[in-house]
Design a protein. Structure first.
Length: 222
């Protein structure tokens, strides 16, 4: 899911998420694929440190292929409110410019980001909501990029769970005012206590977003 869960790993716990997405129908007319492994380490019962390297491959409409690391997010996540049925956390960090600037897959400057993540559980379902903000200093990109997501998860716990979500974010192109908006749906399968797999699809809600994306992921806990 795009929506951040307010849960943390617990002190001494680790989680590795490896997500892959392949999108077509970009506003530029090309295609893109993103591989995004994320490692979370519970340094305190309610605090995680997170590293999230991103590998990007783009195929412009004129042909060819661009491959590079993207920006490298380094984050901390703090679950500061936990009183059933409501949980609230904040995740914030820096985006390091580790990608190939010459191929427009990264910028020359570090950026900042933060998101307020909440979940509300009732009966066997959960509603998750995020309000976030990204600050970018890269040339040709809008500096202030707010976004919001809402997701519905059913059941909250179980071997097989399904989700549906919608998301909208400020357009990074300063010449365009329409916020790209998308909807996602998919399923998550708890194979064992330490292994989850998931798959889903994404469709656009307006023409500012990619027309379609396929999504797969694996999560390991220890």
């Amino acid at each position: 899911m795009l929506t951040e869960d307010p849960g943390t790993q617990g002190q001494g716990g680790f989680e590795l998420e490896v997500g892959y997405s392949s999108a077509r129908g970009l506003p530029s007319g090309g295609r893109a694929a993103v591989l995004a492994p994320q490692l979370s380490w519970g340094v305190l019962p309610d605090v995680d440190l997170i590293v999230n390297p991103i590998w990007v491959q783009e195929r412009p409409p004129e042909g060819g292929r661009n491959r590079s690391l993207g920006n490298l997010p380094l984050d901390a996540k703090w679950r500061f409110f936990d009183a059933e049925p409501l949980q609230v956390a904040v995740r914030a960090g820096v985006d390091l410019p580790t990608g190939d600037e010459s191929r427009s897959l990264s910028g020359p400057y570090a950026g900042l980001h933060a998101v307020l993540a909440s979940s509300y559980a009732w009966e066997s379902s959960s509603l998750l909501a995020n309000v976030g903000y990204v600050y970018s200093r890269n040339p040709g990109t809008r500096r202030n990029l707010p976004y919001a997501t809402v997701a519905f998860l059913h059941p909250s716990e179980g071997v097989v769970r399904a989700f549906a979500e919608v998301s909208a974010a400020a357009n990074p192109d300063p010449s365009r005012s329409t916020w790209p908006a998308v909807a996602r749906t998919g399923v998550m399968w708890k194979v064992t206590d330490w292994l989850d797999v998931d798959a889903g699809v994404e469709g656009r809600l307006n023409r500012a977003a990619p027309s379609f994306a396929a999504l797969v992921g694996v999560t390991v806990h220890w």
